[in-house]
Design a protein around this ligand. Structure first.
Ligand code: ARG
Length: 266
């Protein structure tokens, strides 16, 4: 008799425990906005970008971030067990956002220059490009010498801004600086600038889309693109680990094919 009551008591207790734990998890799930199981414990990785640089980063019609850098950032966050949070800002504000610790990393087709390395740390380089001058289809500008007296647009804070300032001294053109890369295209189409000077990979996309003409900058020697971090961040090594793995297992190449990036061998 005694043992039956004992058993019944134990079963009752177990049911109570099950019931309570079910209530508990239901409650915290909804408090978390219905986050997926496992997702809620993941720490957040704050990434900043300047979504005006297709095919590396831009937004679709719904406002979602898309592009090569965005896909790569998602893989990195996933591999390292983070939940990715993306912030959009002007390119010339990205280094400051890292320095002030507002974000953990930047992926924005950012070239790992010596000057930037004084203020931020970079991962290994994941892509190489170059620079191009592009203009409307009927433009007479075919080489550096033709730029004399022309208005050349660049994006603020980029290496192309710096490059154009230098080249303008020799080739006698005016430099117009805009803070958003997409505006460069609008300025070209509306004849507010004669030429845009920008990343070659991005330029090629615009040439296809709008039928622009263009030529390579024969003087350019920009370093490759890399992920940027606040100085001393322990993410540098971790992200390098993921990048190396993606390079070795061919996934990086696959991703470049998906976004139609040139495959330039080192
Ligand atoms: N590679 C160039 C630089 O590092 C241009 C990058 C512009 N990126 C962007 N998301 N608008 O200066």
């Amino acid at each position: 008799m005694k043992s039956i009551w004992k058993k019944a008591g134990m079963i009752g207790m177990m049911m109570l425990v099950l019931l309570l734990s079910a209530c508990g998890s239901g409650g915290s799930d909804s408090a978390n906005g219905g986050a997926k199981e496992g997702e809620k414990e993941k720490p957040v990785l704050k990434m900043a970008t300047s979504a005006d640089f297709p095919p590396f980063e831009s937004r679709d019609e719904k406002g979602n971030f898309i592009g090569f850098d965005i896909d790569l950032a998602k893989i990195i966050a996933d591999e390292l067990g983070y939940q990715l949070e993306i912030q959009d800002m002007n390119f010339d504000g990205l280094i400051g956002a890292l320095q002030s610790g507002r974000v953990d990393m930047v992926m924005a087709g950012m070239s790992a220059t010596k000057e930037r390395k004084e203020n931020v740390d970079f991962s290994m380089e994941y892509h190489r490009s170059g620079e191009m001058f592009i203009s409307l289809p009927d433009s007479p500008v075919k080489q550096l010498e033709d730029l004399k007296g022309k208005k050349v647009g660049v994006q603020l804070g980029t290496i192309q801004e710096e490059g154009a300032d230098e080249l303008s001294k020799e080739y006698g053109f005016e430099v117009k600086k805009v803070d958003n890369g997409m505006i460069l295209v609008q300025e070209l189409l509306s004849h507010k600038i004669d030429v845009a000077y920008l990343d070659k990979q991005v330029a090629k996309g615009y040439m296809k889309e709008h039928g622009f003409t263009g030529f390579d900058d024969p003087t350019s020697s920009s370093p490759g693109m890399a992920v940027a971090f606040p100085k001393g961040s322990d993410l540098v090594e971790k992200v390098n680990g993921v990048l190396k793995e993606l390079q070795e297992n061919g996934k990086l190449k696959e991703l470049k094919d998906k976004w139609k990036l040139d495959q330039i061998e080192e």
